[in-house]
Design a protein around this ligand. Sequence first.
Ligand code: G3P
Length: 224
Amino acid sequence: MKFPILIINFKSYKEAAGPRAVEIAKAAERAAKELGVNIAVAPNHFELALVAQSVEIPVYAQGVDVESAGAYTAHTALENVKEVGASGVILNHSEAPLRLNDLGRFIPKARALGLDVVTCAPDPRTSLAAAALGPSAVAVEPPELIGTGKAVSKYKPETVVETVQLVSKHFPDVAVITGAGIESGEDVEAALRLGTKGVLLASAAVKAKNHYQKIMELAKPLVR
Ligand code: G3P
């Protein structure tokens, strides 16, 4: 996994359903190439394979709930995430939390499959616990700020700083990124200034009228 990175989570937004998922992913790919920065997209499971076949930037699954492919009706398996061409997975998003025991099995399995693993956590201490399980990155996201337009980097900078300090002290190989309420390039810039290696965001990019323009704005602070 390369840093600094902007990860765009499409969630289950109507604006990113069906062919629109490919359109947003292509806008992200264009911005990544134009700026020379790392941008990954996380489409809904419905569009995961299609998006993975359509763009060259990293494509992540939004989550999984079983490890192996097999007789698991209506479940999403880690092995199939890999099989359909995704290169990473987001785990334990606050909208799709996992049990600790499952997380403890899924992270090493995903790493063994060669997938990037971004594990979400709501606060600094949970981020530290998540980092102990060996993901590529932890994403600290205070749930109360998600989708509000109130950026974590402005409204809860102490949460971000504490997470960076705790995780880098104990697990220096695990990157810290952040998300929740990130709306603008300025918010991304602030997140990087607080010591993170990137941002996980959703609504600002997915709901933008002009996806390419908005993603360019959000990704510009990543330019080195
Ligand atoms: O996964 C990203 C997320 O939960 C933040 O959502 O809409 O506040 O950028 P949003």
